[in-house]
Design a protein around this ligand. Sequence first.
Ligand code: FDA
Length: 308
Amino acid sequence: MPVLRSFFIALSHNRVLRRFSEHSMVGKRLSSRFIAGMEIDDALRVAEEVNKQGISVTLDSLGESVTSEAEAKAAADVYHKLLDAIAARKLNANISMKLTQMGLNLSRPLAESIAESVVQHAGKTGSFVRIDMEDSSLTQVTMDIVEQLHAKPALREAVGIVIQAYLFRSQKDIEELIANGIRVRLCKGAYQEPAELAFPRKVDVDASYIKLANMLLESSEYHGLATHDDAMVAAAKNYAKEHGIERNHFEFQMLYGIRRDLQRKLVEEGYNVRVYVPFGNEWYPYFMRRLAERPANVLFLAKNFFRF
Ligand code: FDA
């Protein structure tokens, strides 16, 4: 399995395949399993449908590693439009964005100022910005920027971060974030990382996830536990029960199109659930990371493709 995972993550960086896939009808059709659609209206429509099931949403305008300031600003414009639409339609939704989409690989001040304007907008409309976590070369700078934004009183309610359980450094990062009162989404981690920085074995990633999730559950902030793994969900539920932690003190988060059965079950049991809804033309790297997590998805997609 790790070989297939590396294969799909390597494919996620392949520019030729990316250009071909994102422009082909076949590619769009395959990606629709995990992506809400190409336009803002597709995302808003899906958010409304998901909300009707008692599930909240975080909207992700797909894109990463932009190559010009104009592209970064255009990406930010989409988020500004989303925040206005969320408020106008009274959706139970917030947004998730990546700092490399805001130009971090071009210039840190550019990414900082764009991120700040989006977080400010979210603060004014009563929404929230989750800064996604990318590969480990960006962990420290992402921590620094989120902490910087959170230190501004007008922004502190409107920004949070993601921490990846596979990284060795994450326990220390979580301690620091809890001490600063910053909201965290905990996930296992979706990138290919070297063995010097991250646990290579699933069993160790899972143990780390449970330890970090317990730390978050104990803290006073409202955090998100992002996973589709029954064992992680069961561990969090048990820990909360044993320690008298209310069900509405935290939320489970899952990706659009994955484990809808588990999403529904958790809602029925009275847990808060949020679904991450990605949309837009630049779906290829996101899609490949989903295949890397579960190569069996390739068979699943192939079977469904011929049933359309
Ligand atoms: P794991 O991969 O161990 O899978 C457990 C089980 O879940 C599988 O056996 C299968 O049943 C199901 N499953 C998992 N992935 C599936 C898939 N793709 N298709 C179908 N079934 C699947 N990562 C990151 O590095 N930075 C980030 O900012 C985020 N953000 C984020 C937000 C949200 C809301 C979620 C749910 C996830 C992320 N991730 C992420 C991705 C995360 O790091 C991780 O790669 C995936 O969630 C898969 O890990 P699981 O915890 O689901 O467990």
